[in-house]
Design a binder for this molecule. Structure first.
Ligand code: 5GP
Ligand code: ZN
Length: 104
């Protein structure tokens, strides 16, 4: 948990955000400014600033499994994933997240 991190606060339940899916490693919730009809964020429960700081290869696998599970639960057969890493690449929230975007 990082004090100033918006995603840590969401994961902590501070804003009552509804989770599309959750397990011991991650939570999935809808993006507040969707860029597709379905736009979810797959977010690890531990605070990791970006993909560059992620060392845990087991967690890497869990995050991809979370992408598949979230897509399945949202009824997406086809979808795009995106990980913005670093400010210059458009990363705005420095708590690692995988965008999952598609239409039903
Ligand atoms: P980034 O540009 O860092 O890859 O993506 C951050 C994403 O988080 C953006 O698509 C933005 O709309 C989303 N976002 C930022 N703040 C919040 C929030 O408080 N709640 C939710 N659900 N999404 C957020
Ligand atoms: Zn965080």
């Amino acid at each position: 948990m990082s004090e100033d991190c918006i995603f840590c606060k969401i994961l902590n339940g501070d804003f009552g955000t509804e989770f599309v899916y959750e397990n011991e490693y991650l939570a999935v919730f809808n993006d507040i400014h969707p860029k597709a009809p379905v736009h979810m964020l797959v977010v690890p429960k531990v605070h990791v600033a970006s993909l560059n700081e992620l060392e845990d290869k087991h967690l890497m696998g869990e995050l991809l499994a979370g992408v598949k599970e979230a897509a399945k639960r949202a009824g997406l057969k086809a979808y795009k994933t995106q990980i913005n890493t670093g400010k210059e690449a458009g990363q705005e929230v420095f708590h690692l997240h995988i965008h999952v975007m598609g239409r039903k």
